[in-house]
Design a binder for this molecule. Structure first.
Ligand code: ADP
Length: 308
């Protein structure tokens, strides 16, 4: 199974170029679509989910053309949108049952089996009679996955599912996603690098509507080894370091400012080698420091990377 996205572009009526010639091949397994807010992730997800049309370009799921065969796509699609709204005064069971009806599971007995199984899978069975409006953020997102999995979809899209979850719920949610199965395509759109490093065997970084990096997380991490350097500095020294070095990230660690710099060699004696991780890959990509990246026409990307 494969999703092939070819030259998708979309400009909104306000002039924002949300997708700018996106091409991607997404195989079965977990695929991480990583990018900052406003990168175009939701636009791309909604387009693949057949909820909106691109201006040009297309996508195919195996032989299904998403532009001309929307119903066929919807039959194999499970979608958890970014702004998944819930009817507050309905129980989890009844709401899931309702979604199952909408998905075309007409047989009552079959529907009960499906709903019960999904409530167990998402660890919501014990609260199945509670109103979803009273659910915590994590429970809501698990419910969102339950509804996305109705009908055993082959293509599952989850858009920013972990934003706002506490660490424990995030781990729980990760475990749930990891169990979904490697024979399906699961696209996880996120601005959180950890989501991708924990879960995905393939990924792409998008920024300003363009794919700027794609590959396997571990292979991408390999490409930056020996090129990431760290140093503690005073907070007020940051502008000066940004001037002199390719600072890809700066963060407070134990009340001190730790910077990571991208360089082929040790920038100076004050820097120590850092073991590059996926976050360094992401920030290096956002600063257009990696080979083979497509840079948008105009940009102040470096700043974007630092504040992402
Ligand atoms: P992401 O999901 O990565 O945050 P989006 O796809 O939501 O990115 O947005 C990409 C860009 O398109 C942003 O600049 C956003 O403001 C703009 N945008 C998104 N939806 C609309 C819309 N319906 N009308 C106009 N602009 C939009």
């Amino acid at each position: 199974m494969e999703l092939r996205i070819t030259n998708l572009s979309k400009r909104y009526s306000n002039g924002v170029q949300a997708l700018d010639d996106i091409s991607l091949t997404i195989p079965a397994g977990m695929f991480g679509l990583l990018g900052p807010n406003g990168a175009g992730k939701s636009t791309l997800m909604r387009t693949i989910a057949t909820l909106q049309d691109a201006d040009s370009g297309n996508a195919h799921i195996d032989n299904i053309d998403i532009r001309t065969h929307k119903d066929d796509v919807r039959r194999i699609l499970g979608y958890l949108p970014q702004d998944f709204g819930l009817y507050p005064k309905v129980s989890a069971y009844d709401l899931l049952d309702h979604f199952a009806v909408l998905k075309g599971i007409d047989n009552r007995k079959e529907r009960k089996e499906v709903v019960d199984a999904l409530l167990h899978q998402t660890n919501l069975y014990t609260v199945k009679n509670k109103h979803v409006g009273g659910f915590s953020g994590g429970m809501r997102q698990r419910f969102g996955i339950a509804q996305a999995l109705i009908g055993n979809p082959k293509l599952i899209i989850v858009d920013e599912p972990t934003a706002g979850l506490d660490p424990e719920e995030r781990v729980r949610f990760h475990n749930l996603l990891a169990d979904i199965g490697s024979d399906k395509i699961v696209i996880l759109s996120t601005h959180i690098v950890e989501d991708v490093s924990d879960l995905c065997n393939n990924m792409a970084v998008i920024n300003r509507g363009k794919v700027i990096l794609t590959g396997q997380p571990l292979a991408l991490i390999d490409t930056i080894q020996g090129k990431i350097w760290k140093r503690f500095i005073e907070k007020n020294e940051l502008p000066q370091f940004q001037e002199n070095f390719q600072v890809i990230s700066s963060r407070l660690t134990s009340g001190r400012t730790l910077i990571h710099v991208y360089a082929d060699q040790q920038p100076d004696a004050g820097f120590a080698p850092a073991h590059g991780n996926l976050e360094d890959v992401y920030f290096s990509a956002m600063a257009y420091l990696l080979d083979g990246q497509v840079r948008p026409a105009s940009s102040d990307d470096h700043r974007t990377a630092l504040t992402a």
